[in-house]
Design a protein around this ligand. Structure first.
Ligand code: G6P
Length: 362
């Protein structure tokens, strides 16, 4: 059918969409570039951000995971407090709001019912909202005051990949523009750093064989898999685990490295695969300590690190990018590992059981 033609020579949409990430990152740079070559966001949106005393990010699934990374970027660059909420929880368990809240809805489809239910509530309360979405004219876009587009092109595979990295890239541009408007100049050029990210994404997309081998070596027979990381690597681990769960049906969990010993480490047995991310200098020693702890209990470790922070025995080393932007590249190996694990286990990669691309019922 027509949709198969769009897939081109790819066996699955998911693989095609993973491969599109360097291109999407470059397109975002283009779409958000101002006449001086810098990256910028609509002044009206920035004014709302500066007027707010706190941002509330509301989202579901992969978009929620992008929101966690966005919180860190906005807080560390623009020094604005941010809370991140799962939409379905927010609806029935609304947190105490600050005096001047601004809502940021992140939704690839712009149609997720759980997120929309919150937008209906916040609109009723008279609070301003921005929707970050891939779909112009979608419900969440129409019903919010402002929209920021992802420009990622249609995402067909149920497991979200290019939308996640596009969401983080747009959140980074928002964080940097807000920082600049507050007089907090960043000590690097975001345009240049995102261009480096796109190049590294391309190298990672070329490392399919290595990722297929990791999937074969660690995930062919296992019934579970743990992802551990600290700081932003923890957030990426949540996303890596979600990808693996969604399409391979392997029970996978992302954990903060330091939290393992408070319970989860009880699940480590001989041969349990533990995928660890190590892209952050300030926690490099501690995450490696956590890897030793699980190895001592028999785990089969797969460390994916960043160039400059690599250690003996690391399974894969990602070329270096700006330390605040590592999530944009470290997720790519995890997407590919999930893809090949699902493929090897004979799963329907693009249409996993029980899941829908966009969930329009609460
Ligand atoms: C569904 C999809 C997920 C997605 C989530 C949020 O559950 O299966 O992949 O992350 O909805 O979708 P949204 O379109 O709001 O980003």
């Amino acid at each position: 059918d027509a949709s198969d033609i769009e897939k081109g020579t790819y066996p699955h949409y998911m693989l095609k969409e993973i491969d599109e990430q360097p291109f999407v990152t470059r397109r975002i740079i283009q779409k958000y570039q101002d006449e001086h070559g810098g990256l910028t966001i609509d002044q009206a949106i920035i004014n709302e951000v500066l007027n707010a005393d706190r941002l509330y990010i509301v989202a579901c699934g992969t978009s929620y995971h992008a929101g966690l990374v966005g919180k860190q970027l906005i807080e560390s660059w623009a020094k604005i407090p941010v809370e991140v909420h799962i939409a379905s929880e927010f609806s029935y368990n609304m947190p105490l709001l600050s005096e001047k809240p601004l809502f940021l809805f992140i939704s690839q489809s712009g149609e997720t019912a759980d997120s929309r239910a919150v937008l209906v509530q916040t609109n009723k309360l008279g609070h301003k909202a921005i929707t970050i979405t891939n779909v112009p004219g979608s419900t969440l876009s129409r019903e919010a005051d402002y929209t920021l587009l992802l420009h990622a092109g249609p995402e067909i595979a149920v497991a979200s990949t290019k939308a996640y990295t596009a969401q983080i890239a747009v959140l980074a541009i928002l964080a940097a523009t807000a920082a600049k408007a507050k007089g907090l100049e960043l000590d690097f050029d975001l345009t240049k750093e995102l261009a480096i990210v796109a190049n590294v994404m391309e190298m990672l997309c070329d490392a399919k064989e290595e990722m297929e081998n990791i999937a074969r070596d660690y995930l062919t027979l296992t019934r579970n898999c743990f992802f551990i990381g600290r700081a932003v690597d923890y957030y990426v681990c949540l996303e890596g685990a979600l990808k693996l769960k969604e399409i391979s049906y392997i029970q996978a969990e992302g954990f903060a490295g330091g939290e393992l010993k408070h319970g989860t480490i009880a699940l480590i047995e001989d041969g349990t695969p533990v995928i660890a991310l190590a892209t952050q200098e300030h926690v490099n020693l501690s995450i490696r300590g956590n890897v030793k702890e699980v190895v001592a209990r028999g785990a089969n470790p797969c460390v994916i690190s960043m160039r400059g922070l690599e250690g003996d025995g690391d399974r894969f080393v990602i070329p270096a990018v700006h330390p605040d932007l590592t999530s944009l590249v470290s997720v790519v190996p995890l997407q590919l590992i999930a893809y090949y694990a699902a493929l090897h286990r004979g799963c329907d990669v693009d249409k996993p059981r029980n899941l829908a691309k966009s969930v329009t019922v609460e």
